[in-house]
Design a protein around this ligand. Structure first.
Ligand code: GCU
Length: 666
């Protein structure tokens, strides 16, 4: 017995929809029969069809298009696209690489698993080109086995500072490849202790093995790098990116690393952030640091992904001028165009840190001459720790659809990160992942929808939240239409419900410090992290307008004017940009204070309804799944109740304004 679930790759018997005779023969063209990705794809196809429909398909290999080595850049999309079509006696999958074949196979298996009519789906040929070149997961796993912001057990990559490779590793590669992930960073961005030695002989053999396993599923391995490796493992006294000894050390080191781990795609770097070392120590810029590494890595076709999460985390709460929201922009925008062509800046979706509601980072649409990648978080750090159900795909859809007005027609975030807007060679999307060694991988079975959904959306940004959720439910939990509908009714509104019972109108941060689960309205108010709500007896919110920190003006027009004006600013972000009296009327017609009361009472009540919906599924879904989610809902409800009562009591006590509806406030 495996000690982990197969989730959506646990192909169970399926009803055949329509005529399935066509599934008895497959013509594959585009990857050589000997290509290990093709070998894995064919095994997947045979295992999947056998388990679901009892079919053992014959496979005919067509012309091999030649297997170019896995690349990192824009050309990736050409190599990974696929077409599934029907011919007289079978199904054709045409691609230009093993990866394309693999994705085509997973498309067919998804169709069968969702009990869709194969003939109808592929009748006129289905061609899919990945929306983004890089579709990446960032693990924040530490080598001692712990996971930074992990809510589903311990790491399955590391135990006691050793790398573990077993069946789970292989099944993980299948699982994420099946939704289109093609790159993975396997260690925490905060690279400390043993992880600093990842780039030494201590770990090379295991990393090479891991890299090969991933490569077999079209996934490129990346490592997070300790920027100060020259000091911490190299015996030098500097990490100055312009120092010749530092450069020479990295040249030797990278030659060794890429020789020993040939599949390595490059490195992710968190520098000058939250205590991590970086080029600022030496009076150098972020570009100096990134370029030095990138120039050396270039020889190996590798890239440097440099994070933009650089801000002052030792702020004085009395200081109203310094604005953490500005930091990414202020630190990175002045050097737009200076980053070398194999550097990608990785930008968190919002200017703060993965709150349930934030505006889009103004770097997206600000930077025009720099490769960019979006970073989102499916680890539910601020969104309920995989205890509370919070399906994040609707949020990601909003982010991707946001118009930046950076010029030209293609100005959404989706356009920018696809590489289309600025013709960038390297671009894409990464998620801080939500997996661990729990049986069900993600703590809460329903949180699996975020792992599945992130991959699907990264591959095809046109898919809707509903389509993705439905695929997840059908493939993972049940194909019964009534059950599917009930679970969709839980998943789809869950993000807005979470928002309603937690922090209002874009203000964020009313969480328990350090753990980030549960309510603490003033938890971060008098702290050093730059995260304030500024509530007093008259009003609440941060003035980020031209009269305040000026942050609103960092956007292109008309976004800047919209955000700068409380009358135009969307309600859901109004306290992010403005300090307003509790009596201020929102577009909804409600006052700020009444909005706070209403949304909190409603959010808690809606969470109760979600739990009731789930309880009604007893006996209709697997016992294991039912119990897991039920237990989580019990905890979600007590969390939601605390949020509701604490937030409402806090603002009633501050403002002295009663609830119009006379509900109980403590
Ligand atoms: C947040 C998170 C940290 C993490 C950091 C990052 O601040 O709480 O645990 O290291 O983001 O993204 O680097």
């Amino acid at each position: 017995m495996k000690n982990y679930a197969d989730l959506w790759t646990g192909y169970k018997a399926r009803k055949s929809a329509g005529d399935i005779a066509v599934l008895k023969k497959f013509y594959l063209s585009g990857g050589a029969e000997s290509d290990k990705i093709v070998i894995n794809a064919v095994k997947e196809l045979k295992d999947g069809l056998k388990a679901m429909l009892g079919i053992d398909p014959e496979v005919v290999y067509g012309q091999a298009a030649g297997c170019a080595p896995v690349a990192n850049g824009k050309d990736i999309q050409d190599r990974e696209e696929y077409t599934v079509s029907l011919c007289d006696d079978g199904v054709r999958i045409d691609a230009k690489s093993g990866s394309g074949i693999l994705y085509g196979v997973f498309d067919v298996l998804r169709t069968v698993s969702c009990e869709k009519d194969v003939k109808a789906v592929y009748a006129s040929g289905k061609k899919v080109r990945p929306s983004n070149p890089l579709r990446m997961l960032n693990h924040w796993d530490n080598m001692d086995g712990s996971i930074e912001r992990g809510y589903s057990g311990e790491s399955f990559f590391y135990v006691d500072n050793e790398i573990v490779i077993d069946d789970r590793t292989r099944d993980y590669a299948r699982l994420i490849a099946s939704v289109g992930i093609n790159a993975v960073v396997i260690n925490n961005v905060n690279v400390k202790q043993a992880a600093s030695y990842m780039i030494t002989d201590r770990y090379f053999d295991k990393l090479a093995e891991l890299g090969e396993i991933f490569a077999g599923y079209g996934i490129r391995l990346f490592l997070s790098l300790n920027y100060a490796s020259t000091i911490e493992i190299g015996g030098l006294d500097s990490a100055d990116p312009l120092d010749e000894n530092v450069i020479a050390w990295w040249k030797t080191k990278m030659a060794e690393v890429f020789d020993r781990i040939p599949t390595l795609g490059g490195f992710l770097v968190k520098a000058d952030s939250e205590g991590r070392p970086g080029p600022f120590t030496y009076g150098r810029t972020q570009a100096d640091g990134a370029n030095m590494l990138a120039d050396i890595a270039k020889e190996y076709g590798a890239i440097i992904i440099w994070r933009c999460f650089v801000y002052n985390c030792r702020q004085d709460w009395r200081d109203r001028k310094t604005d953490r929201a500005r930091a990414g922009y202020d630190n990175f925008m002045p050097m737009d165009g200076d980053y070398h062509d194999n550097v990608i800046l990785q930008i968190k979706n919002g200017p703060m840190d993965f709150q349930i509601r934030e505006p889009i980072s103004p770097l997206l649409g600000g930077l025009k001459k720099t490769n960019q990648m979006l970073e989102v978080q499916i680890a539910q750090e601020y969104t309920g720790h995989q205890i509370d159900v919070c399906y994040l795909i609707p949020e990601f859809k909003e982010i991707l659809g946001f118009r930046t007005y950076c010029g030209g027609d293609k100005d959404t975030v989706a356009d920018i990160i696809s590489g289309d807007t600025f013709g960038s060679r390297y671009s894409g999307i990464a998620a801080v992942t939500n997996t661990g060694n729990d049986f069900n991988w993600t703590g809460n079975y329903l949180a699996g929808a975020n792992l599945f959904g992130f991959g699907r959306l990264a591959f095809d940004t046109e898919l809707s939240s509903e389509e993705i959720a439905e695929e997840f439910v059908r493939m993972t939990i049940s194909t019964d239409d009534a059950v599917v509908k009930e679970i969709l009714d839980i998943l789809l509104p869950s993000r807005e419900i979470y928002e309603r019972y937690t922090s209002p109108l874009g203000i964020g941060w009313m969480v328990t410090p350090a753990t980030h689960y549960g309510c603490s309205v003033d938890g971060y108010e008098y702290d050093r992290w730059g995260t304030y709500h500024r509530a007093d007896h008259l009003g609440i919110g941060v003035d980020r307008t031209d009269k305040g920190t000026g942050y609103a003006l960092l956007y292109n027009e008309p976004n800047a004017s919209t955000y700068n004006d409380p009358e135009k600013c969307p309600d859901e972000l109004v306290l992010f940009f403005h300090h307003l009296p509790y009596t201020h009327k929102l577009h909804s017609g409600k006052t700020v204070i009444q909005h706070i009361y209403d949304t909190h009472f409603e959010g808690y009540a809606e969470a109760q309804q979600l739990a009731e919906k789930w309880n009604a599924l007893k006996g209709k879904v697997d016992e294991d799944i039912f119990e897991n989610v039920s237990e989580r809902f019990t905890r979600q409800l007590s969390n939601a109740r605390e949020w509701c009562d604490q937030v409402n009591s806090y603002f009633f006590r501050k403002s002295g304004i009663p609830d119009e509806k006379g509900r109980q406030i403590w």
